[in-house]
Design a protein. Structure first.
Length: 376
């Protein structure tokens, strides 16, 4: 048995990534938006493996990769990816030299960052490629509309000085998960006006982008010249009350490693927060909150074993959880924590139970949960 196969067999829990689903989802985004797709692979590809997802997404037609940090972008270059890579969490203290040397397209939201990028590019004898970020109503990153004209003029000066090229302007949608044009109309008009200001300042940005997954799938107007999609690449439906034919890529499994029969009234786990009502069989599953299973699932989470659903009982521990099973469950049986077959718990089900969003569930799995890549 190969070392990789042996490690996967020994792992207490495994994330299996369905690359056919990722390819299908990228093609769905391309068809729905009619625009080039930037596949967002930050946070280790939303927990699916950044390099592996990147390879599949590009093979399926994506043309850009998007990440948050310089380290993530440079890691893609180290993995052999020569395509455009956009990184948006950039500040004057980022490793700009490494980013510029590796040809990473950098987001820029203020004149301080622009100055640092221009200075580093000059020192390196290179031209830094930049996309200016405008805040169109999220109040997170980006220049405010008031600061935007000044940023555009400073960028024009840096461009004329030969250290920077402004290749794009961009923003992010706060409300795209809400269907209906009203949820994106304002940011869209602010970005369009911002792009006009950039042009009037003498810039010629080839790319204008704002759409995330929900924008790409539910708001065609937001596609502009390119869409940046994360959740949808991984098969997560993010538009309230709508589905767009995406296929979940992640399956999380473990196995039954201990079984015990307990008497009525037995308290299970820390604080005995659950007591069995009658004589019961309990199965130990070696995965816990330290691996990314939210403790909130202690009250109402479930797993599927051999096609049947069983409840999680007692408080989930850091490394293990207990399930109330029946006599049909055997030592070594596969336990499905997240799956895509009918009846299996989904990422969205976990997120609802835990009071969070699927993105947090996907990125919450720890390194003890092995990654296994299934390619058609
Ligand atoms: C700046 C930016 N663009 C695009 C995305 C992708 O968003 P989504 O996962 O909703 O497609 C993210 C994700 O969080 C983001 O931060």
């Amino acid at each position: 048995m190969s070392p990789v196969a042996l490690a996967a067999r020994r792992a207490l829990a495994t994330r299996s990534v369905d690359h056919a689903a990722i390819a299908h989802n990228v093609r769905t985004l391309l068809a729905a938006s009619g625009r080039p797709v930037m596949a967002v692979v930050k946070a280790n590809g939303f927990g699916h493996g950044a390099r592996e997802v990147a390879a599949t997404a590009l093979a399926a037609g994506a043309t850009w990769l998007g990440v948050a940090t310089v380290d993530e972008a440079v890691d893609l270059r180290a993995g052999g990816f020569a395509c455009p890579v956009f990184a948006w969490l950039i500040d004057p203290w980022s490793d700009l030299e490494s980013a510029i040397t590796h040809g990473i397209t950098l987001s820029c939201s203020n004149v301080e960052t622009l100055g640092a990028i221009a200075q580093t590019a000059r020192r390196s004898g290179l031209v830094a490629r930049v996309h200016l970020e405008l805040d169109t109503g999220m109040a997170r990153g980006g220049a405010t509309p008031a600061a935007w004209p000044g940023l555009c003029l400073a960028a024009r000066d840096a461009e004329q000085a030969g250290s920077v090229t402004v290749d794009g302007v961009w923003s992010h949608l706060a409300l795209a998960s809400v269907p209906g044009a009203h949820s994106v109309a304002h940011p869209l008009s602010v970005l369009r006006a911002g792009a006009a200001v950039a042009t009037a300042a003498g810039l010629s940005p080839a790319h204008v982008h704002i759409a995330n997954s929900a924008g790409a799938l539910a708001h065609p107007d937001t596609a502009l010249t390119m869409v940046r999609a994360g959740a949808a690449v991984y098969g997560i439906e993010t538009v309230d009350g709508e589905t767009h034919g995406l296929r979940p890529a992640l399956r999380v499994t473990s196995r039954v490693t201990q079984l015990r029969d307990v008497a009525a009234g037995t308290g299970v786990g820390y604080h005995h927060s659950y007591r069995v009502a009658a004589t019961s069989r309990l199965a130990l599953v070696p995965i816990g909150y330290g691996d990314g299973v939210p403790r909130a699932l202690s009250r109402s989470g479930r797993v599927v074993i051999d096609g049947r659903s069983f409840p999680i009982r007692g408080a989930i521990s850091m490394d293990q959880l207990m399930v109330e099973v029946d006599a049909g469950v055997r030592l070594g049986d596969e336990v499905v924590l997240i799956g895509a077959n009918p009846g299996e718990p989904t990422v969205t089900e976990w997120a609802t139970l835990a009071g969070t969003i699927p993105h947090e569930v996907l990125t919450g799995f720890g390194s003890r949960v092995a990654l296994d890549h299934l390619r058609a």
